[in-house]
Design a protein. Structure first.
Length: 94
């Protein structure tokens, strides 16, 4: 029995399905917030280069980080790249 399959359409549907599966959120990453020398706070995601922000309060820094994360996520999606995997964080006493 002959079928008339549109392989390009099926391929796009499969691609879209997997893209949705790999979509990550900021909550899936470790975020670090620390005070800075000038009285502000810095927030960053160690697993994602350049995903960092600052604010006058820890909450403001985290809100800014969420915006930066979304911009980076869009950029990765447009380029067809996956977001990096999480990294392992260790605490070391000096």
């Amino acid at each position: 029995m002959a079928t008339n399959l549109d392989y390009a359409s099926i391929s796009n549907q499969v691609y879209s399905f997997y893209k949705k599966l790999e979509m990550k959120s900021l909550q899936e990453y470790i975020s670090i917030i620390r005070p800075d020398d000038n009285g502000t706070f810095v927030a960053y995601v160690p697993a994602i280069p350049s995903c960092h922000a600052w604010g006058r309060t820890p909450d403001e820094a985290l809100n800014e980080l969420a915006c930066v994360f979304e911009m980076i996520k869009e950029e990765y999606e447009e380029e067809g790249r996956l977001l990096p995997s999480e990294v392992e964080i260790m605490t070391v006493s000096a």
